[in-house]
Design a protein around this ligand. Structure first.
Ligand SMILES: *Cc1c(COP(=O)(O)O)cnc(C)c1O
Ligand SMILES: [Zn+2]
Length: 430
């Protein structure tokens, strides 16, 4: 018989707290969600900041000159300090100050945080890296989950992220994505060797089917807005932004929103830093949704209760933020409400137009959902939601090569097609 290891929760974690009822659980008491509230009862990881501060300080971080990744902040993450982490370099993405773009908008300080620079080219790597560590932890500590297979449903990027990080450690995984996902994202899954189930349905359908399958086959479940640890990986973006700005938090952060897990993570990261006294102000967080997938914007504007508000029919070409029923909607609303932020919507046309504007003004090529955040900033300038001297960060969540069809649709120019002779070149330039 294999000896059973006792469960040691990471010592910096106090408990998990249901976002609906506030009941608390030890990490080994609730597998993923609050037993009383089912799939809506998402848990928030609550830390003992004294333990965290014993382990890490801003000065120590400054002395750490190794290649920056999210594991730089391991003491602030819900993993054991001795946990092995996957080798791919997740996080540590650049924060570019973009003077030309700022000037065009009549603003003074605009930065683009380019999370398209992650190993699988989207923000989702931050969460999937944590998922892999937590899956290994539960495989070691629970009878039920042996030889763990990890699963997720995704519009594409979370799946690609899980696939890539699993490949880096030879970890089996099963992926549920809508059949309509962009080809590049499906290619990533297949190249990384995942078992890929293309679901003839929406992301919502894929999500429900993945939950049911995980339960049936006892797979480790990485799903967004379900697994409590995904927010914790995503929060590292705020740590990086604050550190890159010398621990002087920005005034405003723009982020695109589908399920609402990223925006909840952005909020969580800044909340941690405030609680530890590492930053002095909470930025206003602006969530940007597509007009055709505006569940949260609508709920925020009308003060609707997101526990009773029914799903909408989502329809946007920004596939990564197409979510009829955002899974992490409670955290997503709190991120805006508790920071004096706002939800705004942008049309698909504005999203598409933002792709070349952002690329030509900063060198950052974003997929539609990433460019949506910048389109949101453009709209916020028009409506006076931001002031010219505020320090503004726009997060690009995904690389433009993820969706070439979207990129091509964003362009109004055609390349010159010429015969291979100088006369044809002359015809253009003379
Ligand atoms: C997932 C994703 C988003 C939205 O994140 P949510 O947590 O679903 O709100 C935005 N942009 C890109 C590129 C994504 O992959
Ligand atoms: Zn509950």
């Amino acid at each position: 018989m294999t000896p059973r290891t006792t469960h040691h929760a990471p010592r910096n974690v106090l408990h998990l707290e249901c976002v609906i009822c506030g009941d608390t659980y030890q990490p080994n008491e609730a597998a993923y969600v609050c037993p009383k509230h089912g799939n809506e009862g998402i848990l928030d990881v609550v830390y003992d900041y004294d333990v965290v501060k014993e382990r890490v300080s801003r000065e120590e971080l400054a002395r750490d000159t190794s290649h920056p990744t999210i594991w730089r902040y391991k003491a602030m993450l819900p993993v054991r300090q001795d946990a092995e982490v996957p080798p791919l370099a997740v996080g540590g993405t650049p924060l570019y100050q973009t003077e030309r773009l700022a000037a065009e908008l009549g603003l003074k300080h605009v930065w683009v945080k380019d999370d398209g620079r992650n190993p699988t080219a989207s923000f989702k790597d931050r969460a999937s890296a944590i998922a892999v560590v937590k899956a290994r932890e539960s495989a070691n500590t629970q009878h039920a989950i042996r030889n763990t297979i990890i699963t997720t449903a995704s519009t594409g990027n979370a799946a690609a992220a899980l696939a890539g990080i699993c490949a880096s450690i030879g970890q089996e995984n099963v992926i549920f994505v809508p059949k309509s996902a962009p080809e590049a994202k499906i290619a990533q899954l297949l190249v990384y060797g995942s078992t890929v189930l293309l679901v003839d349905g929406t992301y919502g359908d894929a999500f429900e089917l993945c939950l049911e399958s995980a339960e049936t086959y006892n797979w480790y479940n990485r799903n967004t807005g379900y697994n409590p640890y995904m927010t914790e990986g995503k929060k590292t973006v705020s740590y990086e932004i604050a550190e890159q700005l010398g621990w002087d938090a920005p005034d405003v952060v723009f982020v695109s929103v589908g399920d609402g897990c990223i925006i909840g993570g952005v909020h969580k990261g800044f909340k941690d830093l405030l609680a530890m006294g590492w930053i002095e102000q909470m930025p206003r967080i602006i969530g940007v949704q597509a007009e055709g997938s505006n569940y949260l914007a609508e709920a925020w504007e009308n003060g609707e209760d997101v526990l009773s508000k029914p799903a909408i029919a989502a329809n946007t070409m920004a596939d990564s933020i197409s979510a009829g029923l955002p899974r992490d909607r409670i955290k997503a609303l709190a991120a805006v409400n508790e920071t004096n932020g706002a939800y705004i919507t942008v049309s698909d046309q504005q999203i598409l137009a933002a792709i070349p504007t952002l690329a030509q003004g900063s060198g950052v090529f974003a997929e539609p959902a990433g460019a949506a955040a910048f389109a949101g900033l453009q709209k916020a300038v028009e409506s006076g939601l931001v002031n010219s001297d505020e320090r503004i960060v726009v997060i690009n969540t995904g690389n433009g090569l993820k969706d070439i069809r979207g990129a091509m649709a964003s362009l109004k120019v055609e390349p010159f097609v010429i015969r291979p002779n100088i006369e044809d070149v002359n015809a253009i330039f003379k």
